[in-house]
Design a protein around this ligand. Sequence first.
Ligand SMILES: [Zn+2]
Length: 461
Amino acid sequence: MCFSLLRDLEFDHMRRPTSLVLCFFLSGCATGPQWLPRVQHEQPPYAIYGSVVSDNGAKDGWVVVHRGVIVSVGSSESTIPKHARKYKYSGYIFPGLIDTHNHPQYNAIPRWRAAKKYKNRYEWIVDPIYRQNVEAVFAKLKEHHVEYAALKYGEVRALIGGTTSIQGTYAPPESNGLVRNISPTYEADAYTLDVRGLSDEKVQKIRSDLTTGQLKRYFLHVAEGVDTKSSEEFNVLQSKGLLRSGIVLIHGIALTREQFRLMRRVGAYLVWSPQSNLSLYGKTTDVVAAKEEGLTISLAPDWTITGTDNMLEELKVAEKYSKERLHSKVTARDLFRMATINAAKVAGLDQFLGRVAPRFGADFFLAPRLDPDPFKSLLKTNSRDVHMVFVDGVPLYGDEGEVEKFVDSNSIDRINVQGRQKVVVTVADPRLAPRSQEHFRDIVQLLQKSIVMVAPLSEDQ
Ligand SMILES: [Zn+2]
């Protein structure tokens, strides 16, 4: 069943996109924001058969995709457009995982596990051992002007774990291109330093942008630690008038049930990163209290340095933590939601991402049926198992011989993931990423020239 729908089209720079407006009116595409899809694809529609996973479970059916957007879900074969190509898969079709907090430009640097626990983020950031193992290496990447290659490498590490969007990328926009980078393009922004240092001018700008709708979400590291210096950050946020709708608190380890209640009341959100929290502080956020207070919580790896490789690995950590420490009060379904629907809400993108549904972006991944329960199956899935990951309707990672059915075989690179041969496509469309024309092998070479050791794609297994 070999077919080539995106081949020769997807990576053909000379073919200019028709106007977005024309697409929506002439082709019947759903109307959406200007970034959906990021690039106009001129290929005919295609249909993938599989067990489509939603919040309610899994249901077999066809998913029809046209020009980077999902047109229909659950259609019977007879309703698929006649000229659509068909691809049958025996496993699950999951929504692409949305990583609501990461620092992917650091993720080419090998993992660092501290020998001790800290009280707050300001302690380890100045620890000479951390500086030597992480910041000095990052400085080398900058010095050699290959930060963008490191970012791309970080994106690949996320992509192989089913991730199709990442928040936290603040490298030059021209280097973005593989997964969606939840940046100002997506009406989201962030501040990663100490909230106490936010100037009045900056605070005013954030508040007015949230009020006018120029921004939908603003992400801040808050209460990342176990001491009063960490917990005070919540009060600082409140005193600056930033405890409000659209604000996303990353970590919140030191927060109390009352504070979660207040967050829910004002329309703020929470990002949970258990592995990074546990390795740095020996403690993580009281997610059961946050859940009981009705707060929308998403799950994210933070970064590979103190966290996990990607969303699939973070899900495993969260599941284990819930079983061992929370009497399984955070269920497999909760975790699925935290990585998809909830994550889309936290990012302010739930109208277009986080579900395999009509009018949504064609961001999804195919993975084998490792358990009859799709949510439990997701928790058992490793990067090596992932059959294919689609962003904007284009497969960028997956099994050798399958991805090539969709994209030009010159675009692929063979990679070894957890002992299995896979392929990845890093030659992004130049309209998306003018500087992202390197193959994966070129990226690795660039990095190897700059730093002594490049982190393996997968460090968790
Ligand atoms: Zn962070």
